[in-house]
Write a protein that binds this ligand. Sequence first.
Ligand code: HEM
Length: 140
Amino acid sequence: MTIIIKQMLAVAALSAMVSFAQADTLYDDLGGQQGVANIVDDYITEISFDKNIYPFFKNTDIERLRTKLQEQFCMVSNGPCEYTGDTMEAVHAGMQIDKSQFNRVVELLQNAMTSQGVSYADQNRLIQRLAPMRPAIIHR
Ligand code: HEM
């Protein structure tokens, strides 16, 4: 084998290793730490402008909510975070949330992601990972 071909093979093997090590997570596709923070900020703004949803949050510590949502979205998208908030059941059980309120909150999150330029495919990936929490949140 000529030295040139050997070098080409070495470069190909190296670049394969690099692309494996950098395999994209949903977290990366959402824009990493800054992207997730921007989505959460927009989501909280969407909530605060929705006359049917905002009342649920009127006594909420918004800075805590912001931090916990950032942690949760980061964790479910395989980012380098741990969720340190309460369980979805403990947080939402007493709120008597119904299906249409749940769907509206999902829509507000989609609006936030659209404003932040997240593709529909990536929006669906995040929603799919949150969807299993639905039974812990709807109690009506
Ligand atoms: C996929 C759907 C949802 C997810 C993933 C989610 C996630 C969360 C998270 C992570 C927190 C922070 C928990 C903590 O402070 O430890 C939270 C709090 C809260 N959520 Fe949700 N939530 C969802 C749907 C909803 C819906 C549909 C409503 C109401 C219509 C709602 C109302 C609230 C309220 C009011 C709080 C603040 C509780 C407080 O003040 O202590 N959530 N949620």
